[in-house]
Structures are given as C-alpha cells and as structure tokens.
Design a protein around this ligand. Sequence first.
Ligand code: MG
Length: 301
Amino acid sequence: MKFVTAEQNGKIFVGMVDEEQNVVINIQTAEYVMNGEATLPHSLLECIALGEVFIEKAQKIKQWTETHFSDEYICPFSNIRLLAPIPRPTKNIFCVGKNYVEHALELGSDSDIPEHIMLFSKVPTTVVGPEAVVLNHQHVTNELDYEGELAVVIGKKGKGIRKEEALDYVFGYTIVNDITARDLQERHKQFLLGKSLDTSCPMGPWIVHKSSIPNPNQLNIETKVNGETRQKANTEQFIFNVETIISTISQGMTLEPGDIIATGTPAGVGKGMNPPRFLKPGDVIEVTIEGIGTLRNEIEK
Ligand code: MG
C-alpha cells in the first residue's frame, strides 16, 4: 500500500496508488461515491492519526474501485501532481547524523563514529514534494549538498518505546533528501540553519505502509546526481537500526502520528569527495530505495 498527497485542478487530496493500473485512487471521493458519506479526513497526516481504522477503510475502498471505475476518483499520474506525502509536518523532522560508518569516516575520522545516536532536526518549511525545484540559495551558500535517506513515519503515539515493540509504532516509510548547506552547517556550529533552508527537505514520492516493508534495516539505497551514482549502500549498514532510533528518541520525548525520522545518509556525499563536488544549478538528484521508489528533484537554475 502506497499513500500519496496529490493535487488535481487545484484541489489537494489523499490518494492510494493502484500499482496494477498505474493510477491513483482519490480515496475520499471514492468513499463518498461508495457509501454516500465521507468519513476520512482531508489530509494524510490526519488519516495516519486514525490508526488501523484508516488502513481498513482504505483497503475496502481500493477493493471496491477494482470493480467500479470512474474518472471521478481514479486519476492517471499524468493528471495529477504529487506533493510531499506530509506537506507540512506538525513538528521538525528528526534527523539522525552519521548513521553509516563509511559516511562518518568520509567527513572525519574514527572519532566521528558515534557511540550514541546523533540527532538534529529540519524545520517543517523545508519540506517539498517529488519533482519540486530545490532553491539553489546562492546568496547564502556555495556548498549545497545532497543526502539520500530512508525516512520513518510514526503511526502511533508512544513514549518509552522498547526496541522489541518499536516497529509497531511505525506507519510506513518514505524517502527524504536531507539537503545541506555545508558552509552554514560548519560556520554556525549547530546544524539547524545549514539543514533548514527553504525547500531543503524533498520528500516522497509516497509513504509505503509498513505491511509492505517487514524489515526496514535491509533495503538497498542509491543516490544519483545527473545520472551518476554517488551513494550506494544498504540500510543493513546502519550503526543504529530503526528500532534503536525510535526507542532512543522516545525515552523522554513523546512520538506522535505523522512524526518523521530521517535515518541518516550513506557515504558518497559531495563534501566527502576529493575535491568536494557540491550541487550546481540544474543538477538532478534521484534517491532510490528498494521497495519504496525514487524521489527526483532538480536544483533551481
Ligand atoms: Mg542527513
């Protein structure tokens, strides 16, 4: 099950991808036509907060549309624009730093391999969708960089979550590109400014429900810039796996439905190269994760 937030004729809706037909089902409209009433909320964030009820309803709606076709609620991808699945998260995006050994080493030395989870955040205004243009910010940075990452979307409120039960708190998974201004990241010591420029968190193209990804700690991940592979790894190389990340964050902080955690980037960022290769206007970045898809964005020309 893949859930999207999409726009058609100026209207934003929650959709479900029908992979066989290669279309998106507008589940709110479909529910209304099916039942004569619309019970689902109008944002994916609110749908996620409904918990299992949402999944049950979505499955029923999808099943019904298999025998009831209508342009009213079945949309070809060519007629819609995908937005970030959660276009405006309710809080900052949690980001894990240096969660792959090779990446920690490319930016430093052995002493940069973290003993404890390193955590920072990106503000909600950073989020943009698949295919969205990422501003080049040339007036504030000369060192714009990419970071392809698996992102976890929380589905259930929890605190003090144990590792063994951590995946029960997940709604699903998506892709983020943790775009970073390296010069700002360094100059201002704390990461917030260098990580939170407008449009610096491309996200999507959809959230894959956890039922389709039984083990998030074993997924191939690859980032290409203008078709050239820059990052290629597997999440089995995480220093801290998804369960450990969720458990650690939640010990003293409540996690809530719709919270997003970017799990860290593998080796191969622009800054790690010799000489460094930062992003230029017009560059196209594609992040692909096994079982999820590809997130593609272009830097403003
Ligand atoms: Mg990152």
